[in-house]
Design a binder for this molecule. Structure first.
Ligand code: ZN
Length: 249
């Protein structure tokens, strides 16, 4: 009965007094939508495992022997809804965006029975200065939501940034690799010995960050490492020509 009153009277009344708008398109939200409207979520371009970008990335990681698999939920599109949401997540203190996408990632893994032998989730860490500025690490928020859905632990006391890396947005692939080289360190490595790990990050562009993090985990005894992110940049030709477009996020 209380739920009934809440759905039928309280929420419409609340929406009437304080109209809620979608953080993607800024249109009024319908009663069932939370923060991001269904139309915006449905407009995001889901990845296709057969696509060239994904294939090139997988091949690159597997040939290097660092990442055993690589997944992203959506393609990153310049000037699209996803870019807008990710920008708000990173720079406008809208943590709930990571919670929404964390749930989507968790459900995707669960429904498709992906990596059922993975027993540990590790978020890509931010350096301490950036985390203090932002107030949170969006990858940790994502990881915790995925954890909750899959019922496996997230550990954020394993992987750390040991050097301050400059922002990667202006760098090409080779420069990104140099910039991120040896940027991570593992503490408490007994916790990852022979473990299969899901590394969680928000956006994969050149892949150099996730690659370096996976390398670090494997050098410290991890068995398998796969990665999962909200978005993957469509690089195609850029990857081949080692040029990475600047991403405004
Ligand atoms: Zn919308």
């Amino acid at each position: 009965m209380i739920g009934f009153i809440k759905e039928l009277i309280y929420r419409p009344l609340l929406n009437f007094i304080f109209p809620q708008i979608c953080f993607g398109c800024e249109k009024l939200l319908l009663n069932d939508d939370e923060k991001i409207c269904a139309e915006c979520l449905n407009s995001l371009k889901k990845t296709n495992p057969q696509d060239l970008t994904i294939k090139i990335m997988k091949e690159r990681f597997q040939n290097n022997g660092v990442l055993d698999n690589f997944y992203g939920l959506y393609y990153f599109e310049n000037n699209g809804v996803l870019q807008k949401l990710l920008h708000q997540l990173k720079y406008e203190n809208r943590k709930f965006i990571a919670e929404i996408f964390g749930d989507l990632i968790g459900n995707e893994i669960k429904e498709n029975k992906l990596f059922e032998d993975n027993k540990l989730i590790i978020p890509i860490p931010l350096n301490k200065i950036k985390e203090r500025e932002r107030g949170y690490n969006q990858s940790l928020i994502l990881a915790k939501r995925v954890s909750k859905i899959l019922g496996i632990n997230t550990l954020d006391n394993i992987l750390f940034r040991k050097k301050y890396t400059k922002t990667q947005t202006q760098l090409n692939l080779q420069e990104r690799k140099e910039n991120i080289k040896d940027a991570f360190e593992v503490r408490n490595n007994e916790l990852i010995k022979n473990q299969n790990i899901i590394l969680v990050d928000d956006v994969i562009t050149s892949g150099s960050t996730i690659e370096e993090a996976a390398k670090c985990l494997k050098n410290n005894g991890a068995n398998k490492v796969i990665s999962f992110s909200i978005a993957v940049a469509q690089l195609e030709d850029e990857i081949k020509s080692t040029k990475v477009e600047e991403l405004e996020i």
